[in-house]
Each structure stands twice: as structure tokens, then as C-alpha cells.
Design a protein. Structure first.
Length: 250
């Protein structure tokens, strides 16, 4: 019994971020220390929630293209597409955070549907309740899980602290598409669209966000007002951006 991600309740960004912050506090209590970046989402899945985490070729096992992750709510089992193990760590970790987002925000919808259907406890045991596909990324529930993952992996307080240490307290304003001094000039630094990934990398290095992609950090800095895009152009070429929390939907 699949949860219909187009029909989950509307949640504001603030509500989603508060859920992510609460989870970090709860996991810190579980770990006996304050959890800071890099956020160990795989350990969070297994140790905090008691969910079995597996990796498998989901496109083959489910017979669907573009499947990144799936969750069997009744069985407390999450499966991530094994193809992500071969790519960049940021995408794998983001997908794990995305599945956690579904667990925190949406698993109650499964039990509501299950209860209304009057199905037996073993019904649809082989079918996941939540399937995450690239083709469905704009559905309300999928966007919510994406946003949750972004705020979980890149907490606001830690980002701001790292940014101040890297660039000071004033936001960086992008006026041009290309830096006047080049992307890696030893002479001067001119923030521009072609240097946003270098900007993100400096914040990643300062804050220890070692399992976060530069693309995800760019969007997070922009959302928090630390990176202001005055060019009228996109921050990042969409074709180069994967598994990021782009704050473009309500």
C-alpha cells in the first residue's frame, strides 16, 4: 500500500526544519553527545530509529526505473539503490536523509490508509509503502522529504558559524556571472556565479560538512541569506545539480 505523496498535508519550511532540529536533539541524546556535521544519517537510521538499512538494485527488484530509495514501514526496513554507492557520497547521504524525512513526516499516512483499508497485517508485505523516484521529485511529499534532508544535513546554526569563520558576517552578493579575477585567483576573491562552488567548499571545510555536496551547500547558503544572487540567473546549471535542496517550491 503506497503512500500518495501528492496528498500529504502541506507543511511550511519552518515546520519541516523544526522537525529536523528536533531529530538532531533526540539523536544527540541517544548518542550521549551533541551531534555535529558530518551528520551520520546511516547510524541515525539504524541506531536511533531501529530501522534495518539495506542497499540493493531497486530498479530491478521493484521493476521501476529511477528508484533511489524505498521504505517498508511495517517491517521498519529502508533500502537505498545500490547504484548510489558508486557515485559521490553527497548523493547517497542526501538520499538517506530523504528517507528519514519520509519516516518522520509521512509514515503516519501509511497507518491511516492501512487502518481505513481494513487490510490484514500481512497484506502487501512485499510492497514498500514509500517509493522515491526521480520522476516524482516534484510531488509535495517528495519535496518535503528533500527539504527535510537538506536541513538535517546542513543545520542552520552550524552553517552560519562556518560561514562567519570563512567569510565574516556580511553576506556575499553575486553581481556577475564570471569572477573578474578567475575562480582560484591568489590575488583577490570576487564572488560570482562561477565561484559559488568554491564558496560552498570553503564553508564545507570550515564546518566539517564532509558528506554534503557543494551544490547542496550553495542552495542552503542562498536560502539563509548568506549568498545573495543579484544576477537574475540560476545559481547552478540544473544539469549539474543532483540531490540538492533547492528552495524553489512552497
Amino acid at each position: 500500500m503506497l503512500v500518495d505523496m501528492s496528498k500529504v498535508a502541506w507543511l511550511s519550511k519552518a515546520q519541516i526544519e523544526q522537525q529536523a532540529c528536533s531529530l538532531l536533539e533526540e539523536f544527540s541524546a541517544t548518542a550521549g553527545r551533541k551531534v555535529t556535521p558530518p551528520i551520520p544519517v546511516e547510524a541515525m537510521i539504524e541506531l536511533h530509529f531501529g530501522i534495518t538499512l539495506e542497499y540493493d538494485d531497486l530498479e530491478e527488484s521493484l521493476g521501476m526505473p529511477g528508484v533511489l530509495g524505498a521504505t517498508w514501514v511495517n517491517e521498519k526496513r529502508m533500502v537505498i539503490n545500490s547504484s548510489l554507492l558508486e557515485g559521490v557520497e553527497g548523493r547517497l547521504v542526501f538520499t538517506c536523509g530523504h528517507e528519514i524525512g519520509h519516516w518522520v513526516l509521512h509514515r503516519s499516512y501509511f497507518f491511516e490508509q492501512f487502518s481505513r483499508s481494513g487490510s490484514g497485517a500481512s497484506a502487501n508485505k512485499d510492497t514498500p509503502a514509500i517509493i522515491c523516484r526521480t520522476a516524482c521529485s516534484k510531488l509535495r511529499g517528495e519535496w518535503q522529504a528533500d527539504y527535510f534532508s537538506g536541513t538535517l544535513l546542513i543545520p542552520e546554526a552550524e552553517v552560519k558559524d562556518a560561514y562567519v569563520r570563512a567569510f565574516g558576517r556580511e553576506p556575499l552578493v553575486l553581481y556577475n556571472e564570471r569572477s573578474c579575477f578567475g575562480r582560484n585567483s591568489p590575488v583577490a576573491f570576487d564572488p560570482a556565479l562561477d565561484t559559488v562552488k568554491e564558496i560552498a567548499q570553503k564553508v564545507i571545510d570550515q564546518g566539517g560538512f564532509t558528506n554534503v555536496s557543494r551544490e547542496a551547500m550553495v542552495y542552503r547558503l542562498h536560502e539563509l541569506g548568506l549568498l545573495v544572487n543579484a544576477t537574475g540567473k540560476k545559481l547552478i546549471n540544473p544539469s549539474a545539480s543532483i540531490a540538492v535542496c533547492e528552495p524553489s517550491l512552497p
